[in-house]
Write a protein that binds this ligand. Structure first.
Ligand code: AMP
Length: 144
């Protein structure tokens, strides 16, 4: 299964982005309102400046308390973002997520952000692929 197929299967393929300099409190508000776990930080919705996940916010609040909420997200985001392409295989992406211990990966094409997939999207796609393989195998066995 390819990343492009996972993107197509998602009901909403738009990526939620916020510009650098956004306050951490605003990021938390967007994560909560959109029911998502990570936001891409981008000045124009295309170029990646970083990624910030709920874990980054919880870690910082736990470490320094609520003062960090008024500060720009730039200090707590991950600036070195691991990305994938539309043509990548889902198993390879799952491996990247497992090795890097993160659950979100932006999809980039020609240097521009075109989508984002979560570990949940990959697992869902893999489960439906396995269900189809099971049905096909059962069909073959019953056909004999
Ligand atoms: P997550 O599991 O996605 O909530 O993120 C766990 C940690 O990895 C956080 O510090 C994120 O900022 C970071 N992170 C999330 N996605 C990526 C990614 N694609 N590349 C690099 N770091 C990431």
């Amino acid at each position: 299964m390819l990343v492009s197929q996972i993107l197509k299967s998602k009901s909403d393929d738009g990526v939620v982005t916020l510009p650098p300099g956004t306050a951490v409190a605003r990021v938390a508000e967007v994560l909560s309102a959109r029911r998502i776990g990570a936001v891409v930080i981008s000045p124009d919705g295309k170029m990646l400046s970083g990624i910030v996940s709920e874990r980054d916010i919880v870690r910082e609040v736990g470490r320094r308390g609520s003062t960090c909420l008024a500060e720009p997200v730039d200090a707590i985001m991950t600036a070195k973002v691991v990305t994938c392409s539309r043509a990548d295989d889902a198993n390879g992406v799952l491996q990247k997520m497992t090795d890097g211990r993160f659950r979100h990966i932006p999809v980039v094409e020609a240097g521009e952000l075109i989508g984002l997939i979560s570990i949940g999207d990959v697992v869902k796609a893999r489960l439906s692929e396995l269900a189809m393989e099971k049905d096909a195998l059962e069909g073959m066995i019953k056909g004999f």
